[in-house]
Design a protein around this ligand. Structure first.
Ligand code: TTP
Ligand code: MG
Length: 346
């Protein structure tokens, strides 16, 4: 039996802000857009204190302001959150090398190989994150990713929830179908129309009925997922899909020499990146953004995979020649996609 943890940080962006501005601890804090609630923009997240007023992710900032004018509104500082996120992931890797990085504030950890009980490991992870970063997380423990992800959400914030296979009926089945990974608002509405509101109601549906409504692939997924079945492994390494570089000119330019020299420099960098990572690609795309922000791309697909600067440069200039340079250029970029591992480096 596998032992999988899902770790999800509590009110992540807000928690990072409260940590670096301790005067905000215990206060309603709303992170979103430029941080000005009179401007357009949506809430990225809200501290648990702010959630009591009905404020949540994706709500317009102006609505959030109406719900709680005394809340502290702050702009999104991705750089800082990414930095803290990387520190969290580093702590997690100390507990197991098998980690799947799911997003800025969540990850799966496979601890099947560890001798220690899952609960002990989870407590240690929580303690270490609290001690080193002074923020809290919620952890779900289960035999697979699907159940671990549901579990981490059940006792937020600062929760620790264990779901065993024998708990599926009791814990999972009463939950709304929306709690199942891969069930979005569309599927939720479809299921509702055929009178299925809980995961338990989904679990008693015959497979034929589900494939009839949702097709063979998704129907089968729902059939298994509703019973807590999920064999999917952790994805610890993502294959790159493309390699690209772009640059914004200090001053918008229509000088051909400058544009050509910059493009040649970018193709050289992309070619070096590809060689360095051991990939070759087939399609070269050039992007031009003019001073009015209108953006154009042109692509050329080659007969062979390549990481050669000369070949990529030639294809890039061919693509560029298909964009009419009638205004000043603000930005130029080049991307090589359709990648595969080069021989000998696989
Ligand atoms: P979540 O984990 O969904 O939310 P959270 O960490 O703020 O709160 P909790 O997990 O305790 O319920 O998302 C993680 C971060 O991603 C969140 O802090 C901000 C960002 N985010 C957005 O920018 N927009 C969104 O719509 C959502 C849902 C999250
Ligand atoms: Mg979170």
């Amino acid at each position: 039996m596998r032992r999988i943890l899902h770790i999800d940080m509590d009110a992540f962006f807000a928690a990072v802000e409260q940590k670096r501005h301790p005067e905000l601890i215990g206060k309603p804090v709303v992170i979103g857009g430029s941080g000005d609630p009179t401007q357009r923009g949506v809430v990225s997240t809200a501290s648990y204190e702010a959630r009591k007023f009905g404020i949540h992710s994706a709500l317009p900032l102006r609505t959030a302001y109406k719900l709680c004018p005394e809340a502290v509104f702050l702009p999104v500082d991705y750089e800082e959150y990414s930095r803290v996120s990387a520190e969290v992931k580093n702590i997690l890797r100390e507990f197991s090398p098998v980690m799947e990085d799911v997003g800025i504030d969540e990850a799966f950890l496979d601890i099947s190989e560890s001798a220690e009980p899952s609960e002990e490991i989870s407590k240690k992870i929580k303690e270490k994150i609290k001690a080193e970063l002074d923020i809290t997380c919620s952890i779900g423990i289960a035999p697979n990713k699907l159940l671990a992800k549901i579990a981490s959400d059940l006792k937020k914030p600062d929760g620790l929830t264990i779901i065993n296979e024998t708990d599926i009926e009791k814990i999972i089945w009463p939950l709304a179908v929306r709690k199942l990974w891969g069930v979005g608002p569309k599927t939720e509405a479809h299921l509702k129309s055929i009178n299925i509101n809980t995961i338990g109601a989904l679990a008693v549906m015959p497979l034929e009925k589900l494939t009839e409504h949702f097709g063979p692939s998704y129907g089968n997924y729902l059939y298994e997922a509703s019973k807590g079945v999920d064999e999917s492994p952790l994805v610890t390494h993502w294959e790159p899909k493309s390699s690209s570089r772009e640059t914004t000119f200090q001053r918008d330019t229509d000088d051909w020499q400058t544009i050509a020299r910059t493009l040649a420099g970018l193709t050289k960098e992309v070619s070096e990146d590809l060689k360095h990572s051991g990939y070759a690609g087939k399609t070269v795309t050039v992007k031009i953004r003019f001073d009015d922000f209108k953006t154009y791309t042109r692509a050329k697909t080659m007969a062979e995979f390549t990481d050669s600067n000369e070949v990529i440069r030639k294809a890039a200039f061919e693509s560029l020649s298909r964009i009419k340079l009638e205004k000043k250029v603000r930005l130029i970029g080049v991307r090589v996609s359709g990648l595969k591992k080069t021989q000998g480096k696989a």
